[in-house]
Design a protein around this ligand. Structure first.
Ligand code: 5RP
Length: 222
């Protein structure tokens, strides 16, 4: 069993009957959703899922997990999601799977969030993973040039056919190759202030627990 599968199955134990569960996106979250689907089918687990992407919606629907839209619930009890990088102080980068906007919306309305990662994602400082910025298409090439001028080394997120990728929200993604983010909070505020930026992949103070898949087994860090 690989480390992503290990943590995906482990974290599903935190889900109890009656919970509204935020279902994350990505190859680690995939195993968590799969395990929840198994528990719904084989153990009669009663949950309502709130998805963070069309990909997770498809998977959860196929597995028979009952779903509600984020706007049809007042809050989510627990959201479980993957991440691309997590620093020692629990700040993170997400959006490698292009679902950062809906992931951040669902996390915002969640009482509790757990991230599940393999140990390669734990870092001292964020930034080695390119930071995704989701932008409105209108004016996005000017925003791209602005990021170039600032030395942020922007790159368009593209599909396999070379076309620009469009997110579930109908936006583009510009990935910033920053190498090291010395002050994630300040950068988050800066990005929030650019006209045309819908959201970015810096998740500041949004999680309380991380389950890390290690070669010795899953480890919970608080
Ligand atoms: C999607 C995400 C993913 O959670 C993140 O990219 C981690 O993905 P994976 O588990 O496949 O490594 O933020 O937008």
């Amino acid at each position: 069993m690989n480390l992503k599968e290990l943590v995906g199955i482990e974290v599903a134990k935190y889900v109890k009957d009656g919970m509204i569960v935020g279902l994350g996106t990505g190859s680690t979250a995939y195993f968590m959703v799969k395990e929840l689907g198994r528990r719904v089918k084989e153990e009669g687990l009663q949950i309502t899922g709130v998805v963070t992407s069309s990909a997770t919606e498809k998977q959860a629907t196929e597995l028979g997990i009952p779903l509600k839209a984020i706007d049809d619930v007042e809050y989510v009890d627990l959201t479980i999601d993957g991440a691309d990088e997590i620093s020692n102080d629990f700040q993170g980068i997400k959006g490698g799977g292009a679902a950062l906007l809906f992931e951040k919306v669902v996390a915002t309305y969640s009482k509790d969030c757990i991230w599940i990662v393999d140990e390669s994602k734990m870092v001292d400082k964020l930034g080695n993973f390119p930071l995704p910025v989701e932008v409105v298409p209108y004016g996005s090439h000017n925003l791209f040039r602005l990021f170039e001028e600032k030395g942020y080394h922007p790159k368009w997120r593209k599909k396999a056919d070379g076309e620009l990728l469009t997110t579930d929200g109908g936006h583009y993604i510009i990935d910033l190759a920053l190498e090291v983010i010395e002050d994630p909070r300040a950068l988050a505020t800066e990005l929030d202030n650019y006209v045309g930026v819908v959201e970015h992949g810096l998740f500041i103070d949004m999680i309380s627990r991380v389950i890390v898949g290690t070669s010795e087994g899953p480890k919970e860090i608080e």
